[in-house]
Design a protein around this ligand. Structure first.
Ligand code: SF4
Length: 735
């Protein structure tokens, strides 16, 4: 590899694929190395992505998003000057940094003075590095003194996190390295389309099958991932909980529980067992639409294997009962002894680039760094000491993400937003957009003028992944180092510099360093002794070891940071509960918050496509990705399309109780006839989140993105609209 190549990681999803960045060649129209040496490029990105075969997670493979990630580094593709809204004309106009930061500090200070500190909110993102997430949480609590901070990761994996904590006493997405997936005997993959969301990870499922293992995919759609499966179960959206309970019922009925494991390593089995026994197979078939013989086959494959895993993603998690749904899958693992053992266990496939680390270090409403709880007096004392403040100064827990967005313009009247685009990505997005528009003051720090940034009073152009060093924690709990490969364009500052500048203007001259490693060292101290203990991890170790798995405490009394090896596999000896036992939680099926009815007879589910990422703010600006998937669509079954009289490619309106979206029909036999699917990457008329239901899980406060009731209307030429009835038998083929 070229000596000038910098080893780093992709800016997008939680796989955090290793990649190299090297000075761009003449073919890119950029002088090779120009910006790598610190000078701005004339027009191109200045660097190009190359493979990094030695990195163990993706072994050189990249998807199209990662391969094209450098394009957004080009100065012409992003913001390079602060923008301030002209109060007379209402137009965003270029401004200097001092003016922009002065305006932000004044806006936040003015609101706090007039309406109280909790009238100022902060909204972060699961793509922010650990250092930024940590600094943002500290900024909210120390510089602003507000309790009102949360982040878009609440929309991503909080139900799995809550279920993890409840059952195992600790939340880490995967309690084992991803490579273990290839060596287990059977995997049940629930609500994940790895082939499109993180394609390089698909190789582990391919290797699993090459090694003789079995793959069961649970998804209402026959996705590219489901096509690889030995068994595909296609439940009605929102019924995964019943499905898991039905499988556990069969496990018990067939005498396939692991009584020795249950007795030695768990608690609460009797209650969970009786809850599962109330879900007999025929009833589960009626609820889910999955035939009983398929349920039996799944149990056989799962229990016949010497080791097995269940992996969940957003499908079962983004539901108003997501925590219980994940809990039901965990119960299945525990009852069969498939947890806390080599090559067996439950894991969550985290979505966003730093979805794992972003939920550990303090940007969550109820949390302090190191996965400590904000309402724990000992945790407050420890972190307050690191921050040099009185524990009593720290505010208490605030609102969860949707509740915070819903309070905008009312209880929360000014907002600082960093690394998120809720106008596209929040549920009930038209309402959220209206709440954002009603704010007294909005400041957004972002790389591009996202749909949310376009509404701001002040927009702060910030550096991105390759232009600044920082750590992320991938879906395995492996802490990684993204290295700076080139300087940001002139006019751009880092998020840490933004927080430093704002804190100084708010009277906190000290405590907000701008050097990432300095922030990380403080994070290490703040996390020491907490559940997510990073104190033994250093930048140097990460670089030398291809990442370090947390927890990795620094050993006391003269121990060096390298004394602890990190923890690739959790729970092998004991679970992280006080008594060391995993906890069964009794759960029972309940319907989705919004069931179909005569007015809204079809189920809508949402998700991602191969060539776009999350709200699309970045990937919609990359030509190759946009060409591959330029806009939204409505996937629907041929029978449903026939009833509508809709041909493939014709526009169809999808209407829920919250609004209406229009996109071309994509007619496909790969989806249930009672369900339609829309990807959520686009704003405007085809915005899927205009439709989604913000009903919250009572424990995780995660919204029910994955299921709501809609009706379809054929959009005829000339604008005439035809409402289409869908018969009862189509609503649930399993009934
Ligand atoms: Fe990037 Fe995820 Fe694609 Fe890997 S799979 S290249 S991390 S978007």
């Amino acid at each position: 590899m070229n000596a000038a190549t910098v080893d780093t990681h992709c800016p997008y999803c939680a796989l955090q694929c290793g990649m190299g960045l090297r000075p761009a060649g003449p073919g890119t129209g950029t002088a090779a190395g120009a910006r790598a040496a610190g000078a701005p490029a004339a027009g191109g990105p200045g660097v190009e992505v190359v493979e990094r075969p030695g990195f163990p997670v993706n072994r050189g493979a990249l998807c199209g998003k990662g391969r094209t990630a450098a394009e957004l580094l080009a100065p012409g593709a992003r913001l390079t000057t602060p923008l301030v809204r002209n109060t007379d004309t209402g137009v965003l106009e270029p401004a200097g940094w001092d003016e922009a930061l002065d305006r932000v500090a004044a806006g936040l200070r003015r609101t706090g003075a007039a309406h109280g500190r909790d009238a100022v909110g902060v909204f972060g993102g699961g793509g922010l590095t650990n250092e930024k997430a940590y600094a943002l949480g500290k900024f909210a609590r120390v510089a602003l003194g507000t309790s009102q901070i949360d982040y878009n990761g609440r929309f991503c994996m909080s139900s799995a996190a809550a279920a993890h904590g409840r059952a195992f006493g600790l939340d880490r997405g995967l309690p084992f390295p991803l490579a273990d997936v290839a060596r287990t005997g059977c995997v049940i993959l629930v609500g994940s389309n790895l082939a499109e969301t993180m394609p390089p990870a698909l190789r582990y499922l391919t290797e699993l099958r090459e090694n003789g293992g079995k793959l069961i995919v649970v998804d209402p759609r026959r996705t590219r991932t489901a096509e690889q499966a030995d068994l595909h179960l296609a439940p009605r959206p929102g019924t995964d909980l019943a499905l898991a309970l039905g499988l556990l019922h069969l496990v018990v009925a067939q005498g396939r529980t692991d009584e020795e494991f249950i007795a030695a390593r768990t608690s609460g089995w009797a209650e969970a067992r009786s809850a599962a026994m109330a879900h007999w197979p025929e009833m589960v078939e009626r609820i889910t639409g999955v035939p009983v013989p398929q349920l039996r086959e799944a149990v056989e494959l799962f229990c016949d294997a010497a080791s097995s895993m269940v992996l969940t993603a957003r499908g079962p998690e983004q539901q108003a009962k997501g925590t219980d749904t994940v809990g039901a899958w965990i119960n299945l693992c525990l009852a069969t002894g498939r947890a806390g053992r080599e090559l067996s266990g439950y894991g969550c496939l985290t979505g966003q680039g730093n979805g794992q680390g972003g939920r550990e270090h303090g940007q969550k409403a109820d949390q302090l760094p190191g996965y400590r709880k904000l309402d724990d007096p000992a945790a407050r004392r420890h972190v307050a000491e690191v921050w040099g403040v009185d524990p009593d100064e720290l505010p208490g827990p605030g609102r969860s993400a949707y509740e915070l967005l819903d309070a905008l313009g009312r209880d929360v009247r000014a907002l600082l937003l960093m690394g998120s685009n809720p106008v596209v990505s929040a549920p009930r997005a038209a309402h959220v957009e209206e709440r954002i528009r009603s704010l007294d003051f909005l400041a957004v720090a972002d790389v591009v003028l996202s749909e949310t940034a376009a509404l701001a009073d002040v927009v702060l152009p910030v550096a991105q992944w390759a232009e600044e060093t920082g750590t992320t924690t991938n879906l395995e709990g492996r802490v990684l180092l993204r290295r700076r490969a080139l300087a940001p364009p002139p006019g751009v500052r880092t998020d840490l510099e933004v927080l430093n500048g704002l804190a100084a203007r708010l009277g906190r001259e000290k405590g907000f360093p701008t050097t990432p490693e300095e922030v990380f060292d403080e994070l290490r101290r703040a996390s020491a002794g907490g559940p997510a203990d990073y104190s033994g991890i250093t930048y140097r170790r990460i670089a030398e070891e291809d990442g370090v798995f947390w927890p990795c405490p620094q050993l006391p009394e003269g121990g060096s940071p390298t004394d602890h090896p990190g923890t690739p596999r959790l729970f092998l000896d004991r679970f992280a509960t006080p008594d060391g036992r995993a906890r069964f939680v009794p759960v029972t099926h309940r319907p989705a918050d919004e069931e179909t009815d005569d007015a809204y007879p079809v189920v809508l589910t949402t998700g991602r496509v191969l060539s776009q990422y999350q709200s699309g703010a970045q990937t919609r600006r990359v030509a190759e990705l946009n060409a591959a998937e330029p806009g939204p669509f409505v996937q629907l079954h041929p029978r449903l399309a026939e009833r509508l009289g809709i041909a493939d490619g014709e526009p169809v309106a999808v209407v829920s109780r919250r609004g209406r979206a229009v996109a071309p029909a994509r007619v496909s036999g790969a989806i249930r006839p009672d369900t339609v699917f829309m990807p959520f990457h686009w704003p405007g008329e085809g915005r899927a989140n205009t439709l989604t239901n913000p009903a919250l899980d009572p424990t995780s406060r995660m919204p029910e993105f994955k299921v709501c009731a809609v009706r379809l209307e054929a959009v005829r030429t000339g604008g005439a609209v035809e409402t289409v009835e869908v018969g009862g038998s189509e609503r649930n083929p399993g009934a």
